[in-house]
Design a protein. Structure first.
Length: 82
């Protein structure tokens, strides 16, 4: 079985699994507030897709401006297919 994400690694007992680096431009930032169900859903979708948990442009504080949509993608789409 190919390890796609940390969940697969845990199932296989691969405790030292490190996902491949993925540039932030390959997945959308989220404007979801930290700690909200929306933010947790975004993080869960990223894990399942084998992406990093965080995008440098994710909203991190209440006072942050939500990220602007990236050309051709909206921040609501969360994860792009790559």
């Amino acid at each position: 079985m190919q390890i796609k994400n940390v969940l697969d690694a845990i199932k296989l007992g691969e405790w030292d699994f490190e996902p491949e680096a993925v540039d932030d431009s390959h997945f959308d930032p989220t404007g979801a507030m930290p700690g909200t169900n929306e933010k947790l859903s975004v993080i869960a979708a990223r894990v399942e897709a084998g992406l990093p948990l965080w995008n440098r442009d994710d909203r991190t504080e209440y006072d942050d401006e939500p990220p602007l949509a990236i050309t051709g993608r909206s921040s609501a789409s969360h994860v792009s297919a790559s």
